[in-house]
Design a binder for this molecule. Structure first.
Ligand SMILES: Cc1ncc(COP(=O)(O)O)c(C=O)c1O
Length: 356
């Protein structure tokens, strides 16, 4: 059965498969020739089959934000998971240890007490869990300050339930800086902090095997910075309006198919609102309708102003490009994979909503 995209019920989250595959290839080609490797973040797409495509293209593993995401990926036999987040509390730590029995997972730590809790839980199961120490390189989120790295690494070395693998430092405050020179300057300043931490840890006699950083906006700055061994970029696969504005060479594979349900003059209403398209980073744009502007989204209604000469009428389909892919994907159950206007596949977004 060949189904044209316009026959799908709406709202429906679409992936243009040609564009997604080209984004995956483009990023893989870049890292083919670089010392640093790609361990893409899957918090964006949350879907094992896409992670598998990234691995098939040469990624060394995947990065997850949440334990729940890592559990799903492990169930689908996706290997090489970096859990780039602090896992705190006995309930989560016991899940982490269970997962580590099935998958050689690497987890971030930024506190001695937390490291010790993980170590003790792992020891009880006869395991040693791989850890990276998170360094705050300026994002001002999690992580120790660069000059505190040595102390924590020293403590980790004395814990028999942990295996120190290296450092991570995500420069999330740089990835959306629109001016490329400024983005490079800020990124390099952040990475110099990460390298300062690496140097002092190495001088203390500890080998630093992994140095992980980088997002989509900085993949080719961080990817060439001496000493960085792997990059965590994730949004490049599907992209969104916010990243598209940076002109990084990746195209939007993600869109939300909607139907026009009402029209008055040149103002139309489509059947998608904030319950199917996130707006915390801005309103979506309209694909292939020059001059159409999204004015606002209610829960289940999107209000769009059309140019005066527009022939769009009730019942027509329109595609919106969300400003933020991650939070839009997280409120959908399925992707509809489209190739040249026809439905090729439907994928469950297996790890959507996995926030614990
Ligand atoms: C820890 C971490 N690494 C990497 C990323 C990169 O993601 P993106 O490709 O969206 O820039 C993020 C995004 O928020 C992140 O939180």
């Amino acid at each position: 059965l060949l189904l044209n995209v316009l026959e799908l019920d709406t709202p429906a989250l679409l992936i243009d498969l040609d564009v997604m595959e080209s984004n995956i290839r483009r990023m893989a080609d870049y890292f083919n020739t670089k010392k640093a490797k790609l361990r893409p973040h899957v918090k964006t797409h949350k879907t094992p089959i896409i992670a598998q495509k990234q691995l098939d293209a040469g990624a060394i593993g995947i990065t997850c934000a949440k334990l729940g995401e890592a559990e799903v990926m492990n169930q689908w036999r996706i290997e090489g998971i970096l859990l780039a987040n602090e896992i705190v509390g006995s309930l989560k730590i016991s899940r982490l240890v269970s997962l580590a029995k099935y998958s050689r997972i690497i987890v971030a730590v930024d506190r001695k007490e937390n490291a010790s809790d993980i170590s003790k839980a792992a020891e009880q199961k006869g395991l040693a869990i791989d850890v990276v120490v998170e360094i705050d390189v300026g994002l001002n989120r999690c992580g120790v300050l660069p000059d505190e790295a040595c102390e924590l690494v020293g403590a980790i070395r004395s814990m028999s339930g942990l295996r120190f693998r290296g450092l991570m430092g995500y420069e999330g405050h740089c990835v959306f800086i629109s001016n490329r020179d400024e983005r490079r300057r800020m990124t390099e300043e952040s990475l110099s902090k990460l390298m300062f931490a690496k140097d002092i840890v190495e001088k203390s006699g500890q080998n630093v095997e992994i140095v992980s950083a980088g997002g989509t906006g900085t993949y080719d700055i961080t990817g060439e910075y001496p000493g960085v061994t792997e990059i965590q970029a994730g949004s490049y696969v599907l992209m969104d309006g916010r990243y598209k504005a940076l002109n990084l060479g990746f195209d939007c594979a993600l869109s939300l198919l909607t139907t026009v349900m009402s029209k008055r003059g040149n103002r139309i209403v489509v059947d998608a609102g904030t319950k199917t398209c996130s707006t915390e980073k801005g309103l979506p744009t309209v694909l292939d309708v020059p001059g159409a502007t999204v004015l606002k989204l209610n829960e289940e209604h999107g209000i769009i102003e059309l140019p005066q000469d527009s022939h769009i009428s009730v019942g027509d389909k329109m595609q919106l490009i969300p400003m933020h892919g991650d939070t839009t994907i997280n409120i959908h159950d399925h992707y509809y994979g489209i190739r040249k206007g026809e439905l090729e596949t439907v994928w469950r977004i297996e790890a959507r909503g996995k926030s614990t």
